[in-house]
Design a protein around this ligand. Structure first.
Ligand SMILES: [Zn+2]
Ligand SMILES: [Zn+2]
Length: 466
């Protein structure tokens, strides 16, 4: 008998984790962090609802923290198996987990200072750099499309998901009493309009399908409008002499932005001469992207011609700012520059310094190109309800012009999700909607119902027989 238990990204977006049990083997699909409010993030420290030492292998869809961020904890708690992932996820996993370990260490130290003063017991970080290093030795990279045996009677293959570099749709083939069952897990499906990566692969056969539903309730704005808005914002900023500040996620969004800026530059749409990428992590991620151009789509011959020279060959004026001193020098620029920095939702990182130095300037422009969760500084800027914000201990007047660009999402929208799922041949696979907030999942369920396909919304802890 084979079963699957829904343990995370179930009724919510983050914490992706599913337990497959077949014969004597136990396999985990993803082992992600819960992210968002304090209450949500508390779940990360809780014990796993299974014995980590009893997990034989992990299959990882991609290297975003909400899919891989608890792997070092799994190891710390006893896991010794292999972690199967795509070749491009291999270096990205290291980048993401090392950064996560350092951030947790810093946050815990900060919190413990407070606790010490209050006479409270001290906290331990979720895991250490040593745990991450040990976990990384367990990685087993696999090329896209190659059927790879995990154990007798169980094999995995990864297929392009087009979401971030190395992202995959996971297909498991399970031998169960002379019958072969196929489980397909969509992972995070990419936006078909994203510029660099290939579109999500089309799969046509499955017995059980797990489908993400992040944007299950809406379609993205047309890309042309968004690019036009970007172009106008850059021109306006150049005319008024202010800086353009862009908060961006290090993996995926930053590279998409650099691509679009290079494209606009060729059309005369980028008057700025200096474009700073002020984020060591985004620089590392961009280098990993540049080493994997063979995984990009090849729709743009202009880009393909220049790509071997790297991002700085593609975007004239792109400056990598790595050290703290270099970053502080960027703070002193009062106008005429584009500054891309993290974190993507302005919850930490160098972007906060740039906002402190620019948000109060009437001629500055802030471009929001990604999802901003409730409770974050990025969301407060988008909402525009407050005329003053507290940033790094300073009261900052909000005078800059804020532009929200809607079409640069890294996720498939409602129409794209439906279209992808309808490539599966009849009889329809048993369908489970995961990785979405309630409204998005319910809305997508209704869409499937209209086409005569019953989609289930699982509960946390629910176990199904495959
Ligand atoms: Zn993702
Ligand atoms: Zn995700």
């Amino acid at each position: 008998m084979t079963s699957l238990t829904f343990l995370g990204a179930t009724g919510q977006v983050t914490g992706s984790c599913y337990l497959l049990e077949t014969g004597s083997k136990r396999i985990l699909l993803d082992c992600g962090l819960f992210q968002g409010s304090k209450e949500t993030e508390k779940q990360n420290a809780a014990a796993f609802p299974f014995d980590p030492a009893g997990i034989d292998a992990v299959v990882l869809s991609h290297s975003h923290l909400d899919h891989c961020g608890r792997l070092p904890k799994l190891l710390k708690d006893g896991f010794k198996g292999a972690v199967f992932l795509t070749e491009a996820s291999f270096p990205l996993l290291e980048l993401m987990l090392m950064d996560a370990a350092h951030l947790q260490l810093r946050d815990t130290e900060w919190e413990n200072k407070r606790r010490e003063r209050a006479g409270k017991s001290l906290l331990e970080p979720l895991y250490s750099v040593a745990d991450v290093e040990a976990l990384l030795t367990l990685r087993k990279p696999v090329a896209y499309g190659v059927e790879t045996p995990l154990f007798p009677g169980l094999s995995v293959s990864f297929h392009e998901a087009g979401h971030i570099l190395g992202s995959s749709i996971v297909r498991l083939r399970i031998q169960d009493n002379d019958k072969t069952k196929t489980l397909v897990f969509s992972g995070d499906l990419g936006n078909a309009h994203s510029p660099l990566l290939r579109d999500p692969s089309v799969l046509t056969e499955a017995d059980v399908l797990l489908l993400e539903s992040t944007y299950g309730d809406r379609d993205h704005k047309p890309l042309e409008n968004t690019l036009q808005e970007l172009r106008e914002a850059l021109t306006e900023a150049a005319n008024t002499g202010g800086n353009v500040i862009i908060p961006a996620f290090a993996v995926g969004r930053t590279q998409d932005l650099i691509y679009w800026l290079g494209k606009l530059q060729r059309q005369g749409g980028v008057p700025q001469q200096q474009i700073y990428l002020d984020s060591p992590m985004a620089i590392s991620a961009s280098n990993i992207y540049a080493e994997n151009v063979h995984l990009f789509n090849i729709d743009d011959p202009e880009f393909t011609k220049v790509a071997p020279g790297g991002w700085q060959a593609w975007l004239t004026g792109l400056i990598y700012s790595k050290t703290a001193e270099e970053s502080m020098a960027v703070n002193r620029i009062t106008g005429g520059a584009i500054i891309i920095a993290g974190s993507g939702m302005c919850t930490g990182g160098r972007i906060r310094h740039h906002l402190k130095y620019n948000l109060w300037r009437h001629n500055a422009h802030i471009i929001i190109a990604g999802f901003q969760a409730e409770g974050t500084l990025g969301r407060a800027i988008v909402d525009g309800k407050k005329s003053r914000l507290k940033i790094l201990g300073a009261e900052v007047n909000v005078a800059a012009k804020v532009h929200t660009l809607g079409a640069l999402s890294a996720h498939a929208d409602q129409s794209q999700l439906l279209q992808w799922a309808h490539h599966f041949k009849a009889p329809n696979p048993r369908l489970y909607l995961v990785h979405g907030e309630k409204a998005a999942t319910l809305s997508l369920q209704t869409c499937f119902k209209r086409t005569g396909w019953e989609a289930h919304i699982p509960c946390v802890g629910e176990k199904i027989i495959i």
